[in-house]
Design a binder for this molecule. Structure first.
Ligand SMILES: Cc1ncc(COP(=O)(O)O)c(C=O)c1O
Length: 309
């Protein structure tokens, strides 16, 4: 993996090699950090790097930090300013992933959220495809369960909760699947290890509600809007039973990293007729056009990294 040249760290932009924490750092030991995940897309025709919905991402980042009793001293706008400065230094001319991190920065022993210093870092690095088989993915239903809102809230991107995602992902990988879906404690479908999930049944697009232990995905929100406004589809946010995964017509995952990842098999069964379905492929195309700045109607979702001055 290509590492960044710079990082925003302790209030300023420094060489990446200087953005270091001690092994006793609270977040490193206890998982008391929150992350963001934002993509930037290089538009060769316009010679411009565009960041996708950064204000929405930073708004969720600050909400996540509040779950861990953090006060970052930042607004979504000030975090975007820092990110733009960082990206001007990096001068990337390719697709990238931006990783904001807020963390409990004190070094020492003691499980708690209070009386600890909060710190923010931001890095950006070149990034391409996340799920290697993103058009014909074979999914499984994980034997693990999703973290619960009353344990570690899935609606926050809490670093420690990614142990749950990592266990799910590695089990799927070792069993030969591309990705896994995780059930809630009550047996309803929540999401993938790092993606929200949608199914199509009889022309209706269905996705679990935000009260089913999901991350409130920015891609999920974008895809719901595109489905309603561009395809005129009915979209339902309701709980999904496990067996609906086996009888639905189409299934796809959404996420900043995974974009629209289409699955055609689940637990060795074909999804629908086992081919890529029309709703999945049209939504994927629409979303890609928006990300790449090819759809002027949604231009306000893309923020350009301009030279300063
Ligand atoms: C657990 C989980 N669910 C869903 C998503 C998708 O969210 P978004 O579309 O905001 O990237 C992510 C992305 O990071 C995730 O980690």
């Amino acid at each position: 993996m290509n590492l960044p040249s710079y990082a925003y760290f302790e209030g300023k932009i420094v060489p990446y090699s200087e953005a270091r924490v001690g092994v006793l750092t609270h977040a490193f030991n206890y998982g008391t950090g929150v992350i963001g995940g934002i993509r930037g897309y290089w538009n060769a025709e316009k010679s411009t790097l565009f960041i996708f919905r950064p204000i929405d991402h930073f708004r969720r980042f600050i909400q996540s930090s509040r779950l861990l009793c953090m006060d970052l001293g930042h607004t979504p706008e000030s975090l975007l300013d820092v990110t733009l400065q960082l990206l001007r230094e990096e001068n990337y001319q390719e697709d990238i992933y931006i990783r904001p991190l807020a963390y409990k920065a004190d070094e020492g022993i003691g499980v708690r959220l209070h009386n600890l210093r909060d710190a923010v870092s931001i890095c950006a690095l070149p990034f391409e495809r996340y799920v290697s088989n993103d058009t014909n993915a074979h999914l499984t239903v994980s034997s693990w369960r999703r973290v619960d809102d009353n344990a570690i809230p899935a609606r926050g991107k809490v670093s420690g909760a990614y142990v749950n995602s990592s266990i799910v992902k590695t089990e799927a990988h070792h069993s030969g699947f591309d990705e896994a879906l995780v059930l809630n404690q009550d047996g309803h479908v929540s999401e993938g290890s790092a993606e929200n999930v949608f199914i199509v049944r009889d022309g209706v697009l269905i996705t679990p509600p935000v009260t089913d232990n999901i991350l409130e995905g920015i891609t999920r929100r974008s895809v719901i809007q595109l489905a309603r406004d561009e395809l005129g589809l009915q979209v339902l946010e309701r709980s999904i039973d496990r067996t609906e995964l086996y009888i639905c017509d189409e299934l796809f995952l959404t996420g900043t990293a995974a974009q629209v990842t289409i699955a055609t098999r689940i637990d060795y069964r074909p999804i629908g007729n086992g081919m890529i379905g029309p709703v999945s492929s049209r939504l994927r195309q629409l979303y890609d056009d928006v990300l790449r700045g090819r759809n002027p109607k949604y231009a306000q979702w893309n923020v350009a990294v301009q030279a300063e001055g």
